[in-house]
Design a protein around this ligand. Structure first.
Ligand SMILES: Cc1cc2nc3c(=O)[nH]c(=O)nc-3n(C[C@H](O)[C@H](O)[C@H](O)COP(=O)(O)OP(=O)(O)OC[C@H]3O[C@@H](n4cnc5c(N)ncnc54)[C@H](O)[C@@H]3O)c2cc1C
Length: 444
């Protein structure tokens, strides 16, 4: 339906000197409608220029393939982003970030009270992590795909909370909460996702240390990638039409600041969050629409504040005494910590999560309330924190809810529209179907 809405936009004429040529209808996918200069031929068209899209583009180019990325923003990187403090020029990551030092203070953010909680020590964590790794190793196919062996192992249909209880992995939970932010509600997420999230790569990083960029700005990586990819990225661009019905090629109509363009490619790789609002312009079938409408997406937000009144060394983690493993109910803060700047200045980084996407203003107000609760509860002066930057990383992850049964089956390849991988998870029996016909890969 949505693709037809865009088709309703009428063609107009422009005058080029004495000649006129028609502008293609918005969403048109027939190359005959386009000036040949507005048609790009590539091996692979990639929708989304975040880490997945940029990495894929670079690897494909390494293998001699031509690519075109379609990115709605004016920069690459997606969730990987940094903000620069104007006075000092100091970059502060507000996207991909790894905590350099363990947080020291646990706070019940619903009250602002400092909680007497000690995380499981390194040895206990290591033992739990090894136990977890041995379970993870039973599912090697899950590391790089969602390919299942059938019947699906019952452990994959457990929630993380149930899995922890079954195998006595409580010593893992507080650190998983800190390191795997955005996965909310953490204890209710099915193991098929948790195994993807807390994967072998993250486990070796937890043991050996994470890689980080020297200049502290992850944005720099993507700025350089943009230089390298040069004309193989369409910035500020969105998909307005798509045709996956042709056997040899896929056609994608793109609205760019320089007008409508058509990308014709042998394959299409979609790396954007697969929520319906994002798939406007895609030629999704009724069946695909039904399925994608049932994914839910987490909200995840980061920001940098001034004048929070927190200690320059503050490193606060939300902790809920009385809740299983101390994991707080979200929406709420994950953590707040101070970032030092030259000249004895410091700012406060904040990380906030929600099982559903929330309005930005609501999140900002809730964060400031939590800061005030902490100030009042701990005898600090009540300040008026200033937002220096705020970033919504929502939707962060799209999940198939554990409790929901599938309403559509995609095992019949006759319904396949050029290669869609769909994941169907539920509690009873096999709830996962995989359809892969080559053409469109939707990653989740
Ligand atoms: C605050 C934060 C901290 C994190 N810390 C770490 C960390 O320390 N280590 C780590 O490994 N991971 C971390 N992650 C996770 C990691 O950043 C993400 O897993 C990764 O960036 C996801 O990349 P992606 O390309 O799949 O998706 P995205 O980054 O979401 O990229 C998707 C891209 O598609 C574009 N797009 C969306 N819709 C459309 C559309 N309709 N048309 C065209 N373009 C579109 C977006 O603008 C975006 O550029 C963190 C994430 C966040 C939010």
């Amino acid at each position: 339906m949505l693709k037809y809405l865009s088709l309703a936009v009428l063609s107009t004429l422009i005058t080029l000197g004495t000649a006129t040529r028609s502008i293609p209808r918005c969403g048109a996918t027939d190359p005959a409608d386009y000036d040949s200069r507005d048609v790009y031929h590539r091996d692979v068209v990639i929708i989304g220029g975040g880490s997945s899209g940029v990495y894929s583009a670079m690897r494909l180019r390494d293998h001699g393939k031509t690519v075109m990325i379609i990115e709605k923003q004016d920069k690459l990187g997606g969730h990987a982003e940094a903000w620069t403090d104007p006075p000092s020029g100091t970059p502060v990551n507000i996207g991909g970030v790894v905590f350099a030092t363990p947080p020291r203070t646990f706070v019940d953010c619903t009250t602002g009270t400092v909680v007497d909680f000690t995380e499981p020590d390194a040895a206990a964590f290591a033992v739990a992590l090894d136990k977890y790794s041995s379970h993870l190793s039973e599912f090697p196919a899950l590391q790089d795909s969602f390919n299942m062996t059938y019947p699906v192992h019952p452990d994959l249909l457990l929630s993380f909370g149930e899995f922890v209880a079954k195998y006595g992995l409580g010593d893992l939970v507080p650190q998983v909460f800190r390191y795997n932010q955005g996965a909310a509600p953490l204890l209710d997420i099915s193991m098929v996702y948790l195994f993807k999230y807390l994967n072998s790569g993250e486990i070796s990083s937890l043991k050996q240390g994470f890689l980080s960029v020297n200049c502290h700005s992850v944005t720099e990586l993507y700025r350089r990638a943009a230089d390298g990819l040069a004309h193989d990225v369409l910035f500020d661009s969105t998909v307005v039409g798509m045709d996956r019905s042709l056997p040899e090629e896929v056609r994608v109509a793109v609205q760019t600041p320089a007008g409508l363009k058509l990308v014709i490619a042998k394959k299409l790789l979609s790396t954007i969050p697969p929520v319906l609002a994002n798939l406007v312009g895609y030629d999704i079938s009724a069946e695909e629409r039904t399925l994608f409408s049932q994914f839910f997406a987490n909200g995840y937000y980061t920001g940098v504040l001034n004048n929070t009144g927190l200690d320059p060394g503050a490193a606060l983690v939300n902790h809920a005494p009385g809740r299983p493993h101390g994991i707080p109910d979200l929406p709420g803060i994950y953590a707040m910590h101070s970032t030092p700047l030259p000249g004895d200045r410091f700012l406060t980084n904040v990380f906030y999560g929600s099982p559903a996407v929330l309005p930005d203003d609501e999140v900002k107000a809730d964060i400031v309330k939590a800061i005030h609760r902490y100030q009042m509860e701990n005898g600090l002066p009540v300040t008026r924190p200033d937002w220096l930057t705020f970033s919504s990383h929502s939707p962060l992850i799209s999940w198939w809810p554990m409790e929901r049964s599938p309403t559509a089956s995609t095992t019949d390849s006759s319904g396949c529209r050029g290669g869609v991988i769909l994941f169907i998870m539920g509690r009873r029996g096999i709830r996962m179907s995989l359809v892969r016909c080559g053409g469109l890969l939707i990653t989740t």
